[in-house]
Design a protein around this ligand. Structure first.
Ligand code: BGC
Ligand code: MG
Length: 474
């Protein structure tokens, strides 16, 4: 087995919203198993499952109350075993999400007598420091009963574990082994750059970074000791056969801060979010791709996930999102796609009264949050009346059933692109303004951001009749 992940296409399954087998309006593990043939036909190499562990669902699973079980809403451990076996039988690898920065406030580690041995807690009357929560308000909540502050970079229902403690490190080694022994092919690590806090808990120097990457902080995240954790995890995963992989969620605006996480004895992969923050503009995207390739030993491309606005909406329409598909799948290295990206689903403008994202709730609607990209996948023309977030009526025609076999549909474009995906070395081509072009092996990928066209050669695949993006054989 030879580092399959180096050029794999990973498909992100947001478990709650993928496929619902029991009709309760919420996706579940047996639902995923039932759709594996769909994923095999799409020809993705691996799936990443968002957290399906027992959880009060304060952050839809990113608040874990038991790291070695399955939330009853999503199924059972037997369902999980069956999912893994069925995926492997179809040559699809399975990566699970691990959430080590924080647990649920309902985890026995937090509710039990041992809390202070595992979490970041501080006594005293005053706020321990000036750290803000990512989602508004201070990162500290006072627990009257216990008489201490506890830290939460996210919601108060997600208290931060103290990674300066060996006990916490030992617990997670066991958790990793539990899932590795069950056959998972790797882990996506939530908030990977955040685990270790500066032990002094000193103030973040003000003014706070104001760019959109709220994690450009220097005290609460990205401490040198976090690398010891990943060196330890790497040794642990290397004991297992099957070429298993770590993918870190490492969020910085400066890609140079991501590179240390990718040292050969640390994580195999880390998401490259630079494309998530670019407008649909040739220069911006060329610059972002160029910088990423320069600064990182391996670049893991992403346009969409369960935390960001879908590209049909972000890039201003289906034409752009179709072109982005050809761009994504022509870039060198691993690529992640998010469920529904292959259907061209747009961000749904949901009414406030159905929104559930803690970002929306905690900012009292100031920030709309992420529900709009989490609406359940439409499988059939007949939409699901009780879906946990309502599907727009127009999604009937965007459903898998409606798009399958339909000439020129989004889904058929993705299928074609996945089957023709180029490999080999990468080289930019000279191109006119408003156009971006590069070579991979015998294919050239050309993306036109404006009206001018520069297509020369045999078109193997076009994103649309206007040839907004094309793959050309030289
Ligand atoms: C996940 C989010 C989650 C947050 C807290 C992330 O970056 O992707 O969905 O809300 O971590 O766990
Ligand atoms: Mg269900």
């Amino acid at each position: 087995m030879s580092e399959w992940w180096r050029d794999a296409v990973f498909y992100q399954v947001y478990v709650r919203s993928f496929a619902d087998s029991d009709g309760d309006g919420v996706g579940d593990l047996p639902g995923i198993t039932a759709k594996l043939d769909y994923l095999r036909e799409l020809a993705v190499d691996a799936i990443w499952l968002t957290p399906f562990y027992p959880s009060p669902q304060a952050d839809h699973g990113y608040d874990v109350a038991d790291y070695v079980g399955v939330e009853p809403l999503f199924g059972t451990l037997d369902d999980f075993d069956e999912l893994i076996a069925s995926a492997h039988a179809r040559d699809i690898r399975v990566v699970v999400d691990i959430v080590p920065n924080h647990s649920s406030s309902q985890h026995p580690w937090f509710t039990g007598p041992d809390r202070e041995r595992r979490y970041v807690t501080v006594g005293g009357d005053d706020l321990p420091n000036n750290w803000p929560s990512n989602w508004g308000g201070p990162a500290w909540t006072y627990d009257d009963e216990r008489g201490h502050w506890f830290l939460h970079l996210f919601a108060p229902e997600q208290p931060d574990l103290d990674w300066n403690r060996q006990l916490v490190r030992n617990d997670f080694r066991e958790i990793l082994r539990f899932w590795l022994d069950r056959g998972v092919d790797g882990f996506r690590i939530d908030v990977a750059h955040g685990l270790v806090k500066k032990a002094s808990l000193e103030n973040e120097p003000e003014p706070f970074p104001t760019n959109r990457f709220s994690s450009d902080w220097r005290t609460a995240i990205d401490q040198p000791e976090v690398h010891d954790v990943y060196r330890d995890w790497r040794r642990l995963i290397d004991e297992y056969d099957g070429d298993r992989v770590f993918v870190g969620e490492v969020v910085f605006s400066d890609q140079r801060r991501v590179a240390p996480y990718l040292r050969t004895d640390e994580l195999h992969l880390a998401f490259n979010f630079s494309l998530v923050f670019q407008p649909w503009d040739a220069d911006a995207i060329r610059e972002s791709i160029g910088e990423s390739l320069r600064e990182l030993p391996i670049v893991t491309w992403v346009f969409e996930n369960h935390d960001v606005t879908r590209i049909v909406t972000r890039f201003g329409g289906e034409r752009q999102a179709r072109a982005a598909a050809l761009l994504l799948l022509a870039l060198p290295g691993p690529a992640f796609m998010y469920q529904g990206q292959e259907l061209g689903l747009e961000e749904v403008d949901l009414p406030d009264d159905v929104r559930q994202d803690p970002i929306f709730l905690r900012t009292e609607g100031q920030r709309k949050g992420r529900d709009g990209c989490r609406v359940p996948i439409p499988w059939t023309r007949e939409l699901q009346a009780n879906a946990w977030l309502p599907q727009p009526a127009s999604w009937s025609e965007k459903s898998v059933a409606a798009q399958t076999g339909r000439d020129g549909s989004f889904l058929e474009l993705y299928r074609a692109a996945l089957s023709l995906r180029p490999s080999g070395s990468f080289a930019w081509r000279e191109s006119q303004p408003g156009t971006l072009a590069f070579d991979r092996d015998e294919l050239t990928c050309i993306v036109h951001f404006g009206d001018e066209r520069m297509v020369d050669g045999e078109v193997v695949l076009a994103s649309d009749a206007d040839q907004t993006a094309v793959w050309v054989r030289r």
